[in-house]
Ligand binder design. Structure first.
Ligand SMILES: *[C@@H]1O[C@H](CO)[C@@H](O)[C@H](O)[C@H]1NC(C)=O
Ligand SMILES: *[C@@H]1O[C@H](CO)[C@@H](O)[C@H](O)[C@H]1NC(C)=O
Ligand SMILES: *[C@@H]1O[C@H](CO)[C@@H](O)[C@H](O)[C@H]1NC(C)=O
Length: 244
């Protein structure tokens, strides 16, 4: 009898620890998304005037969940100390003086990321995103290996090669296809992925879960529309646009 209950206890402990480590509703990957301001602003955004020629943050997205807690309101006074860095590294390209982009990202993705104790406050979420952005330092790495905005075209494999060699993981690189018949694509977004412990991880080449939109963050456009980002095509030249 005693042995039996001991065994049961052990079994229960083993089972519960499996679930604690990876509950089914929990995200398993974080996606650090960078966008290229010139490309973003070229996507039918009349209000957008890019004067920034470095990769900025779009977001830090868990792979599971959207809008996980609508009653957890964004409050910029909780990230007061981060605001100077936010304005430079994570600018709202449509409304440089507003915090609506951060609010949007918090509600859509941050409230889901917050299911992990390591990200369960607005300060933890935004400061971790900034920390990963600076650690990855994508803009400097591309420059260092001669991937710079240019009127000449790149091969996708050149850009991918630099990132894979440097970080030893696969990024997801997204482009805008200016029209159905265009013979080039425009570099728009680069995702670098992380494990829940914030170590680097290969991104999967699946479709993007968030795309940008016409003049408003809250109005996403489907990926297959001409104005959305989709995974870059290996057989098409890549345009990495300088500031207009
Ligand atoms: C870009 O322009 C905005 C609005 O004119 C300005 O507030 C911001 O400081 C500029 N950014 C840079 C990097 O020049
Ligand atoms: C949602 O956020 C509110 C405010 O932070 C919190 O009190 C509540 O526990 C959260 N709900 C869930 C399901 O996490
Ligand atoms: C925002 O956060 C600050 C600092 O924690 C707090 O004093 C304030 O009441 C909050 N505002 C709202 C509207 O919750």
């Amino acid at each position: 009898m005693r042995l039996c209950s001991l065994l049961l206890l052990c079994l229960a402990a083993a089972l519960s620890s499996t679930f604690v480590i990876s509950p089914p509703h929990m995200w398993t990957k974080l996606i650090l998304t960078h966008h290229w301001p010139s490309t973003f602003c070229s996507m039918e955004h009349p209000a957008c005037h890019p004067n920034i020629s470095y990769w900025t943050l779009h977001g830090l997205w868990p792979d599971k969940g959207i809008d996980c807690n609508s009653s957890w309101h964004f409050n910029s006074s909780q990230i007061e100390d981060l605001l100077p860095d936010m304005k430079t590294s994570w600018p709202d390209l449509l409304n440089p003086l507003s915090s609506s982009f951060w609010k949007y990202e918090w509600h859509k993705h941050g409230t889901c990321a917050a299911k992990a104790p390591s990200l369960n406050s607005q300060h933890k979420y935004f400061s971790k995103a900034l920390e990963l952005y600076h650690k990855v330092d994508l803009d400097s790495i591309l420059k260092k290996f001669d991937i710079t905005p240019s009127e000449k075209y790149y091969k996708l494999s050149q850009i991918e090669g630099v990132i894979e060699n440097f970080y030893s993981v696969k990024p997801k690189i997204q482009c805008v296809h200016p029209s159905k018949n265009a013979d080039f694509q425009i570099l728009g977004q680069i995702e670098i992925c992380f494990n829940p412990d914030f170590t680097l991880l290969d991104c999967e080449k699946q479709f993007t879960m968030e795309t940008t939109s016409k003049g408003d963050w809250d109005n996403p456009v489907a990926v297959d529309k001409a104005s959305g980002f989709s995974v870059c095509d290996h057989d098409m030249p890549v345009y990495y646009p300088p500031l207009p």
